[in-house]
Design a protein around this ligand. Sequence first.
Ligand code: IVH
Length: 700
Amino acid sequence: MSEATPVEDLTREDAAAELERLAKLIAEADAAYYQDDAPLMSDAEYDAARLRNAAIEARFPDLKRPDSPSDRVGASAQDGFTKAAHAAPMLSLENAFSDEDVADFVDRIRRFLGLSADEPIALTAEPKIDGLSLSLSYEKGRLKRAATRGNGDVGEDVTANARTLADIPAKLSGKDWPDFIEIRGEVYMTKQDFAALNAREEAAGRKVFANPRNSAAGSLRQLDVEITKSRPLRFFAYAWAAESAPFADSQHEAVNAFRRWGFETNPLMIRTTTVEGLLDTYRSIESQRASLPYDIDGVVYKVDRLDWQQRLGFVSRAPRWAIAHKFPAQKATTKLEAIDVQVGRTGSLTPVARLEPVTVGGVVVSNATLHNEDEIARLGVKPGDIVEIQRAGDVIPQVLRVVTDGGGKPWKMPDHCPVCGSEAVREIDDKGVADVRRRCTGGLVCPAQAVERLKHFVSRKALDIDGLGAKQIQLFHDAGVLKGPQDIFRLAAAIEAAGLPPLEEWEGFGKVSARKLFDAIDARRQVPFARFLNGLGIRHVGQTTSQLFARQFLSWETFWNTVVAAADEGEGGEAWAALVSIDGIGAAAVGALCDFEHEAHNRKMLAALLSEITIEDEARASTDSPVAGKTIVFTGTLERMTRDEAKARASALGAKVSGSVSAKTDIVVAGPGAGSKLKKAQELGVQTMTEDEWFDLIGA
Ligand code: IVH
């Protein structure tokens, strides 16, 4: 695995290792940025690392780390706030996704504390609020400072803003508070307040927020305190740190104390001593989810006894005594920032929604598929809209509907490939119905498709170059020496020009195999018409169609001149008619040929190829020859014609010429100096003959 391995190709193991690397990298970058004011990387690199992390988490939700950088969304730079170091780190929570995970959590606690099976473990269960966490420092009962989570160690000082919240007391009530304590909890906005705020913002022509969480975060982190003051922010207290003296023996007592001191605490918190109790609470809270006035994304369980919490301690950045039981895949709303177009390996164009990152089922989502242009039209979605998205399991998130029209311009699918600039077309079938997919007509010249196309070009039914398969194509492509099919015939020179060692020194090659490969390539400098045409990978022009054209036109030149004419004249012209009138050839194939010819870079690529190779004319009635369909191997020195010429003649007669002997070989033609191939043929009982016998056989 390397940093560049596409997320979809990562194994589970790779993914875990990569998440670890990214968590470390991003944490270091954050520290450099926040603590040292000395960024380690560019914003683009930082964003790329975060996006990759989010993409891996989307594929493997259960591998998400307790110290996941995704949990620190919003921690990015916001100029204008002073940094504030927390008295004790603000931790995150480990996630549970199933009932089993919850039972395991309780088992782990039991084992860690060495408790017997019948010892009850009291736990609290409460909703996990989908807002942003805030740490409030109280000294002698007075609010001294409020800080956002930031990277967990250092956040932003938002004291002035926090003071505007009615739920955050400036002075604690009662008396039983420690001299110093950091009260922690969640700033959130109710769904109703969020909707009303958005309506006001929209009416005023201002930016609307994607969801209550973003709205709460954006409202709290305002440089202008007056704006924060005008926003309906609320706060639930649920945790604490760095207290100067103990003030409770259990989690529930501590939360009761918060209430006495003047904080809001969540009314749904319960206490139970069984796993069943936790799961019942989870189900009950989940069933209330939609009707709760605020967004929640799971249920948090905490060991009630504080002495046990103390003993259990932490693993990396999460307590052993708490866990967040997440709700399953679900929907979220966010802003659709842009629609990008991706080109697949076979040329289909897929519109992808770039989203304002939003947490859906515990995973940060920043992309969603829009499938195709018809789907975009059906949804009526445009950049700038607030959309509802859905994520289920490992599947790519989808855009479900437009929630709020952002007033942007309608989006139009590009009619040219964003990667190579070739025309991108929707095919129309016999019934006049357009294909839902738009495809790039660039084929071999399109970098997005190059590797797949090259693999096809050298495949058995196309150029069939011995020793040059999918693996080698990938290798040469990755090494940067193979961009288009013409490069195959300039491989040695391209390797040298790239400053790479000669092929024989590459891993997996040697003098012999390198030589063999170059020989096999050279042997294909003369290639049968049909194989060549099939190799181009033009849509609807596969093996059979290529064969039909070859039989009809015999000469590549005549054929291609007709294609050029058809492309010029268009449908209805003479050349077009000549092509579609061939038995078995349809308008789709002819249309695709013309589309191909229309592209200047295709013409350039063809010219480059033809400067390297010769396309053999199709021999008439070649199937009648005695060697048609047979596999022939030439070995040793041929005296009556060159090896290339012999191969060309054999191919013209419908034989298949191969470079190596196997049980599938029909005839080995051996000249003087023949060695291992001849020996192998004899061992395998393959028919062998001299050059003269060969010419007798083919009647030359
Ligand atoms: S307890 C040491 N309780 O979830 C444990 N966290 O994924 C501290 N959160 O950063 C957290 N509701 O912002 C706790 N009832 C709740 C919560 C809660 C929401 C958030 C909090 C934390 C994140 C962890």
